[in-house]
Design a protein around this ligand. Sequence first.
Ligand code: ADE
Length: 432
Amino acid sequence: MSKVKAIKLADEGMKELEWAEKNMPILTAIQKRFEKEQPLKGKKVSLALHLEKKTGQLIRTLRAGGATVRVASCNPLTTDDRVAAALTKFDGIEVFAWANQSTEDYYANLNSVLDSKPNLLIDDGADLINIIHFKRPELIPNVVGASEETTTGIIRLKAMEKEGALKFPIINANGAYSKHLFDNRYGTGQSALNAIMTITNNLIAGKNVVIVGYGWCGRGLAIRARGMGARTIVVEAGDRMPYAEETEPSGWHKGLEALYEGFEVMNMEEAASKGDLFITATGDKKVIDVKHMKEMKDGAMLANAGHFDLEIDIPGLEKITKEIKEINPNCEEYILKEGKRIYLLSKGRLVNLARPAGQGHPLEIMDGSFAIQALALEHLAKHEGKLQNKVINIPTELDDYVARMALESHKIQLQPLTDEQREYLTGFKEGT
Ligand code: ADE
């Protein structure tokens, strides 16, 4: 039995789902194939994802493939109640999600999706996978595998793998080029600024915008902020991330890349007094802390585009505050004891998704990302019992398929290699 805010919103939600379908050609093509081939027949699938129209299209695709689906949100603020109602009423999906859940309800809903004893999981942030491993291990034998959507979740899961704690295979959907190159960069770049502009109705041009973290999300935020006329500053960690692959750049490489890209680069101590708008996207905690806040200008705005709400030290901010006023549902004014004002957007939770202002990434972006997710579950089902209990990459042919389909949706054909070129690239005898 679903638990949603109001089933009467279902008709509105269906219009949203129909609009998503029209703009998600890759997922629609996969859905048609799934209907015929039934790769998920008999499988119970539990999801913890930001529940909005694009996610609705993924859910309908999994159902078309023969799965029974239960879904909860992976964040207390990001459910579109209209879509939750439509999936319940028209598609018979068991939905346990609504916008503005308490922390208690959030965890109760995650547990409800697990009560079905799922075989396959899709997680965004790894909370679901974490609960199974550490609170409900009796569910582990049913699980064929899981797929993880986001950088933050993959960091947690790689740490579990290193400790030998992973009990089923995890597909790193975030590791697919079709995901992180586009979703993390162009998706976050557009959707976070879009939400910030909706919340504040402020001009971006002329502002000092500080982007904290220059991973794929930070890169996207920085290029889009610059594109809108912001004076853009990048803050990076002078360190190498624990558990980072050797092939990944360190913070020093990223800082240098940002510099060569033409951004101002500095540490947070220096940036604190300069910024008008700060956006965090690091996956780490307290990257903006109280000592930084004390240096900030009157009226500085803080937003987070990273997965969890710990990047900005909100408990610390509360301690130096004498009064909090709501400006609108996504913006609170913190009046500090010293008299200065700081604006916190969307309670420091994912600004691009926190409702009502956050709409998530653009449809075309999530089409690619969720195509990867659908193919990841198909891959797990096809290779049941044969994959190792590790964080594994999605096969390159599936990744290539999604990129090719995305280009085709733009009516773009690329130049194929000739036989002669292929031979040259695979040989070693031809010289100068
Ligand atoms: N919509 C649904 N899931 C999303 C995600 N992980 N990021 C941005 N938009 C989304």
